[in-house]
Design a protein around this ligand. Sequence first.
Ligand SMILES: *Cc1c(COP(=O)(O)O)cnc(C)c1O
Length: 328
Amino acid sequence: MLRGTRLELGRYPTPVDRVDALSRAGSTLWVKRDDLTSEAYGGNKVRKLELFLGAARDAGKRRIVTLGAVGSHQVVATALYGAREGFEVEAVLVPQPRSLHAELNLRAALSLGVRAIPAPAWALGPAVALGRLGRDAYFVPLGGSNTLGSLGFVDAARELAAQVRAGVLAEPDVVVVALGSGGTAAGLAAGLEREGLRTRVLGVAVSEPSFALGVMARRLARKAAAAAGSSPVAAARAAARIDVDGRWVGRGYGHAIGQGHAAREAAGRAGIALDPTYTEKAFACALALLETGRHANVLFWHTLSRAPIEPLVREGLHVPARLARLLR
Ligand SMILES: *Cc1c(COP(=O)(O)O)cnc(C)c1O
């Protein structure tokens, strides 16, 4: 049995907003507010960590080892909730383009007591992380995306289906969500299939090559569906629900896109804030999709924490040069 204890780190269900200000004739925009999964630090990593930290505790582990970009939300979330649940947290960090947002995330992770180990290149990250493992350590993968992490979003799809049945929102034709390491899109696809909704999942690639992100997400959807108890046929159908839009990557992971500014402004009218790495790209895609009028109901799945990051940063914190160099 893959699934063990689930720690309650967040508050559910997260709200769904109908955004009339950005809807078009015949195409309504809804927003799933996973920015509000927790007041301390929300976003999509919370649902994954509830399962990871539960599994680590079940296994009697003392340390959490994870891997991420130097400005990763996943590392911040793991640092915060890992420490809160009594684990020592280590993070192997790989380079990412410098932005204020990424730098703040690094400072927050360090302030939260994470032991950071720099890896000079993405390709070296997994080997460095492997070297940190041991019998007392539980490994949380890049982006928190493996079968167990995806099950957090199988649960999230069940939560959404209950909201549809309760009349909180119309059944979406499509969920638009940022596609990074794929666990979010994969779990949603598996969960939507299980719930019998017809909603498809449009993953907005945030890095190249986008087709590879799609392959990864579909494979993960199949595994998550099987782990949740779906038949092989249903698991294949879950995977086939995922489409990938590769037109919003721009210059690559962590690089802002030109349409980001307009997306941010529009998001302000929806009462949400965006980041350059993930949600500006995904929201820009959602806005373009609304313009086409192709779908009656478009649900943007918001994945960025609403909580301000500054309060997590310790004043006077010194960032060692070997870590600062990873922001390039
Ligand atoms: C990690 C992250 C994502 C990507 O989720 P995956 O499950 O890795 O695809 C999207 N948005 C934000 C804000 C994130 O931090």
